[in-house]
Write a protein that binds this ligand. Structure first.
Ligand code: ATP
Ligand code: ZN
Length: 462
């Protein structure tokens, strides 16, 4: 039985999919005007692991993650760059897909883009206006009337009175109540826009997600997820729009990932304290970054620091060390173990990946013990368990040698290193031990460590 912490009820609940064996999940994706940073990677990787685990538990998962490809920030940035907004968004979408692929994030089942759903968005707004939940202002904006929905605040536990009292009234806006929010924004002359019954304009951000999720997954679906700061107002507004438009419950379970922080502050573009995924991947192997993200529970806050990433590198290295030089037994030949059961137990408990990583280390310890005891077959079987559990987290799927030799960013290529090792082997055969040691030291100076064994010499980064 899988239990999921539901932000809506503020407790862990037994997960029962609406349709047996099927999970329909929607996650709010990126607004594509810049490169993704590590905070974005957190959300991408968290829901990737959740999808992988649900599939591992036999569910057919329909995972939808949208792309917000029209928005004021996008238009402003495109204008600054002197390019069409679609050029900017296409480039950023490509970059995001590259980053994701490097981090081992599987593609969602569907990736709808807001600009591809304008008709559906307009239709939903039309329904809301017709049923009195929204109104068109004289300036061509359309607003959602927050007071028309009794359930407003149920996700964020905010009280409507407080929101109304607290909201600042902007004289520019034609809202009836300060807590109302825009569904459609009238465009000025010459701005990017689409036609609508209320005049040319653009959709608001919240309605995009309501329209796309409902179109792809139906009125009611199993899981709605997103980053930490989307709970309010974005998700609260999505619930209001969707439940008023369809008359049905929107999402059953709401899941929110925790923030990546830098010096105790949320990593964000506006604070300027962010590191893009591609920047980080210049210094760290992608699997180390993924391991860093997966080794904390998805709801916890994670502090980004060089030390913490280096530590992730060291602990992942331990797992690969256990696998090194062992050919795993064929998966089908290895029965379920106590480790498999423990892994499932912790992952069933709200996707506790920190606990799951601890299980991987326990399996690695077994491999090491079997090797010390000369139990080759047992070592191979444990290695198979480690690789198959790793796969569920999207880890440990590389050949260990490839992991140890991952691009160092240093001056030596793998070919150079292999050539130097060959020269050292030749020197040793010729009993020129001084030369052999010199080559070894030269490699060590460049951060390459050699390991000699009966099978020959292998190398790894220091
Ligand atoms: N530091 C972070 N940790 C975890 N998730 C994050 C972090 N920053 C952003 N996200 C998530 O990434 C998605 C996109 O966020 P957004 O584009 O607003 O990024 P941002 O850097 O916070 O930008 P801004 O500072 O302009 O708000 C959202 O789901 C958001 O919750
Ligand atoms: Zn959304």
């Amino acid at each position: 039985m899988i239990r999921i912490y539901n932000t809506l009820t503020q407790q862990k609940e037994e997960f029962k999919s609406i349709e047996p064996g099927k999970v329909r999940m929607y996650v709010c994706g990126m607004t594509v005007y810049d490169y993704c940073h590590l905070g974005h990677a957190r959300v991408l990787v968290a829901f990737d692991v959740i999808t992988r685990y649900l599939r591992h538990r036999g569910y057919d998962v329909h995972y939808v993650r949208n792309i917000t490809d029209i928005d004021d920030k996008i238009l402003r940035r495109a204008e600054e760059n002197g390019e069409r907004f679609t050029e900017l968004t296409e480039r950023m979408i490509r970059a995001m897909h590259e980053d994701e692929a490097r981090l081992g994030v599987l593609s969602p089942t569907e990736e709808p883009r807001a600009t591809g759903y304008i008709d559906e968005i307009v239709a939903m707004i039309h329904k809301l206006v017709a049923s009195g939940h929204a109104y068109a202002a004289d300036n061509g904006d359309v607003y959602f009337a927050v007071e028309s929905f009794d359930g407003y605040g149920k996700l964020s536990k905010k009280k409507l009175e407080d929101l109304v009292a607290g909201a600042r009234v902007d004289v520019q806006e034609a809202k009836r109540s300060p807590a109302d929010f825009a569904l459609w924004k009238a465009a000025d002359e010459g701005e990017v826009s689409w036609p609508s019954p209320w005049g040319d304009g653009r959709p608001g951000w919240h309605i995009e997600c309501s329209a796309m999720s409902t179109c792809c997954l139906g009125d009611t679906f199993d899981i709605h997820g997103g980053g930490p700061d989307l709970l309010f107002p974005h998700h609260e507004n999505e619930i209001a729009q969707s439940e008023c438009a369809t008359g049905h419950e929107f999402a059953r379970a709401w899941m929110h990932a925790g923030a990546i922080r830098v010096n105790k502050e949320k990593m964000s573009k506006s604070l300027g304290n962010f590191f893009t995924i591609r920047e980080i991947l210049e210094s760290y192997p992608a699997e180390v970054v993924r391991y860093f993200l997966v080794s904390s529970h998805y709801r916890s806050q994670v502090d980004y620091s060089e030390d913490n990433l280096a530590e992730a590198g060291r602990t992942l290295t331990k797992l690969y060390h256990a696998l090194r030089g062992v050919v795993p037994a064929k998966a089908g030949e290895v029965a379920e173990t106590e480790h498999d059961r423990r892994f499932q137990e912790v992952m069933d408990d709200d996707f506790n990946t920190a606990g799951a990583i601890a299980v991987l280390h326990a399996v690695a310890n077994d491999i090491n013990q079997h090797r010390r005891d000369g139990q080759e077959q047992e070592a191979k079987e444990s290695a198979a368990v480690l690789v198959r559990l790793g796969a569920v987290l999207g880890l440990l799927q590389q050949d260990p040698e490839a992991f140890f030799q991952a691009d160092t960013g240093g001056e030596l290529s793998a070919e150079d290193i292999e050539a130097m090792i060959q020269a050292r082997t030749d020197a040793r055969l010729a009993k020129d031990f001084a030369e052999a040691d010199r080559i070894r030291d030269e490699l060590a100076d460049k951060g390459i460590i050699l390991d000699d064994s009966r099978q020959g010499t292998t190398w790894r980064k220091a």
